[in-house]
Design a protein around this ligand. Sequence first.
Ligand SMILES: Nc1ncnc2c1ncn2[C@@H]1O[C@H](COP(=O)(O)OP(=O)(O)OP(=O)(O)O)[C@@H](O)[C@H]1O
Length: 269
Amino acid sequence: MSVALAGADLTLAYDGRTVVHDAGIELRAGTVVALVGPNGSGKSTLLRSLARLHKPHRGTVRLDADLDALALRPRDFARRVTLLTQSHPTPGGVLVRDVVAYGRHPYRGRFGAGDAEGPGIVARVMGLTGVAAMADRPVDELSGGELQRVWLATCLAQDTGVLLLDEPTTFLDLRYQVEILDIVRELADDHGVAVGVVLHDLDQAAAVADHVVLLHGGVVRATGRPADVLTAELLTEVYGLRIDVHVDDAGRVRTQPVGRHTHRPARPI
Ligand SMILES: Nc1ncnc2c1ncn2[C@@H]1O[C@H](COP(=O)(O)OP(=O)(O)OP(=O)(O)O)[C@@H](O)[C@H]1O
């Protein structure tokens, strides 16, 4: 599969404090890459740098292997790459359908003209993310999970070949966690989208991803297939907690963090 977006030798800092050191990551068409690691390990910062929201201190971000992503016009970049961030300011009084339609901004000419495909795409992604029934509600009246799905729909409306998602399942109930990850998988499998997704749930990461990047202290500690990266030894080292790992006959990875009370017998009632 061809490389759609790649970061190389990325060193990323806040106010002179380096938080990501010489990181490399490749997102390929039709492939899902999960970024995992403890709090503060640099996942969001790395993802944001790929989306041009964090300027690298050093290193490159390239589209299609040789195009300098940092030199592209914002509108051209927005037609290629979209990012679902962890937090958004919620606009007051704006309807769900108008927020989702905002995802079409890179395709519109002046005064909103020139995007003939837009309405169809907006309707499709609202159906896909389960927000069609709330199309006429103001977004500031939605629950956290409903709002998260609206932002995802907005990203999908942007219809890019690269989709970056920062903890997309946060706030979602179980059904929508599964559904969002299914959508992610289908976008890769059926539409050739290159996906980079930050996930805290290691079992979800193993289930959805072709490739896992494990970060620790701003360094890429391991990268490869889920079963090769999500090992008991590596996870126990990186998370500072015993984590058992079971891989079943179908190759599915199940992780079990072992806390002080994990094996507590059920109390008699
Ligand atoms: N705006 C900021 N200003 C200064 N330091 C920041 C800022 N955002 C993040 N950091 C620091 O950069 C480091 C990496 O943070 P980052 O958010 O990328 O980690 P993460 O792996 O995504 O964490 P989490 O799992 O908690 O979301 C942390 O030490 C964090 O404190």
